[in-house]
Design a protein around this ligand. Structure first.
Ligand SMILES: [Fe+2]
Length: 474
């Protein structure tokens, strides 16, 4: 390790510290292997060391019912990229990735309408004049000069062009939702080399999902986008939430049932996520930011289990699927660490956790979606059965298996990312966006995003009742 030196300002800042704090700061900085310490580094260290982010009264005679039960969590490792990423990102890898995606997507469609015969694109030359159904990936969507919509389609046997007539309102309504890279089924009439679209469908969810029935009277709280280390992190709100969990003075029954906490990414604000972010950070080193989270977890009662999936601000690769956070960030309470997306069975309730970074590309490409309402965005993932349907703006790592395919429908689908709390049922799936613990940032002001911090969905797995806890009321 190189010898640690302080610049003049840092040296002065150190001289003003009491001996005990000074020793702690030195130890903290040594661990970071900083060769020339600046005043900023000293201030960072003090912020992280000073105290746990929350001040919690120690519990007295409070007896939460969740404490009486054993926990039941199973991570679905098959659907998690953690430890399995091998790809080099070559052109060959991308071809293999899209083939895997297509094969898996194709299997999600239900039976086709019998009036049409199912066919591969490669066999279309024999089908002139026939009514056929084709499952294909959309490589391009455009409007023709006469106002019709033209789709370039591809399957593993070839390419075809499909045209939807602008006067067919029913088809036009459906085609308005189609984006590049969607896998769809088109019902059409073959005319010479063209496919005239008569109908189309997405894989979507066909059967209603039924939630399990359990004996234990326990609940799950859903968080995301805490953004520790950001100047805009609402620490007082976190403090209220933690105090409520430890020793509630209101909504006691509900607090006592919380046995699990799931975090859908952006635990910390990260470093270098966007230009100028440094000015918005209160803790400017990534280890310090995770140390704040580690302290937060330590303050949670032992009987509560925590599941953490990363987001685009966390210390993992930026492209999806993302592997789980490193265990070395956690020295106290060890959370269950899953990838993004991650699948976890909690008391038999299948949870699909996905941060939601691809929401940006959905909002940009699908006309009826806006950042003001998250439920319609989440619904689009189910229509497509894919968590990053549009290739391009949201980077994808071409793994051997496409982990973004939603091959099994979950009971609970938990996202974050756009800092907007929202919930809805779709075919029995409880869709949740947990909101945030970050105040509106200058970037969000510019974009016109209005976050809804401090709203925490809590799902009672026994009564199947969802409550939204507003931490300001605690
Ligand atoms: Fe976030």
């Amino acid at each position: 390790m190189a010898l640690m030196r302080y610049n003049v300002e840092a040296h002065e800042a150190m001289q003003n510290l009491e001996e005990e704090m000074k020793a702690k700061v030195e130890e903290y900085l040594k661990k970071r292997d900083i060769s020339i310490v600046r005043k900023d580094d000293v201030e960072n260290a003090i912020k992280v060391i000073k105290k746990p982010i929350v001040e919690v009264k120690r519990a007295s005679h409070y007896k939460p019912v969740a404490k009486e039960y054993e926990s039941d969590i199973i991570i679905d490792h098959k659907r998690d990229v953690t430890g399995k990423s091998r790809t080099k990102g070559s052109a060959k890898d991308f071809v293999r990735y899209f083939q895997n995606r297509f094969k898996r997507m194709r299997s999600l469609f239900g039976p086709h309408t019998s009036e049409y015969s199912e066919m591969l694109i490669g066999d279309l030359s024999k089908a002139n004049g026939e009514k056929v159904s084709i499952i294909a990936m959309v490589s391009e969507k455009r409007e023709s000069r006469s106002g019709n919509t033209v789709l370039s389609l591809e399957d593993l046997t070839g390419k075809a062009v499909a045209v939807a007539n602008k006067n067919d309102e029913r088809v036009m309504d459906k085609i308005a939702l189609v984006t590049k890279e969607d896998t769809i089924r088109v019902y059409c009439k073959v005319k010479d080399k063209l496919l005239l679209v008569e109908d189309l469908e997405f894989p979507d969810v066909r059967e209603r999902v039924v939630h399990p029935t359990i004996e234990k009277d326990v609940a799950v709280a859903y968080l995301s986008d805490i953004h520790l280390g950001s100047r805009f992190c609402l620490e007082d709100m976190l403090n209220r939430f933690m105090s409520w969990i430890r020793e509630p003075s209101t909504k006691k029954e509900l607090a006592g049932k919380i046995k699990y906490i799931v975090v859908a990414g952006d635990v910390v604000d990260g470093i270098g996520i966007y230009p100028g972010q440094e000015k918005e950070l209160s803790v400017k080193d990534i280890y310090g930011q995770y140390e704040l989270f580690d302290k937060l977890l330590e303050e949670l009662p032992d009987y509560i289990d925590v599941v953490v999936s990363p987001g685009n601000h966390d210390a993992v690769r930026r492209a999806e699927p993302m592997p789980a956070l490193k265990e070395s960030f956690f020295s106290n309470k060890k959370p269950y660490l899953v990838g993004n997306p991650g699948v976890v069975h909690i008391e038999g309730f299948k949870h699909l956790i996905y941060h939601g970074t691809s929401m940006d590309s959905l909002v940009a490409n699908i006309r009826h979606l806006t950042y003001h309402k998250v439920e319609p965005i989440m619904r689009e993932y189910f229509r497509r059965r894919h968590l990053s349907p549009i290739y391009g703006t949201n980077p994808i790592v071409p793994e051997e298996i496409d982990y973004m395919v939603m091959d099994k429908v979950p009971h609970v689908f938990h996202c974050g990312h756009i800092h907007k709390n929202g919930q809805a049922l779709y075919k029995g799936v409880l869709m949740l966006n947990s909101g945030t613990f970050q105040d509106q940032t200058p970037f969000q002001i510019k974009q016109g995003h209005i976050p809804t911090p401090g709203n925490i969905p809590v799902y009672n797995l026994n009564s199947k009742k969802l409550s939204i806890v507003d931490v300001r009321s605690l």
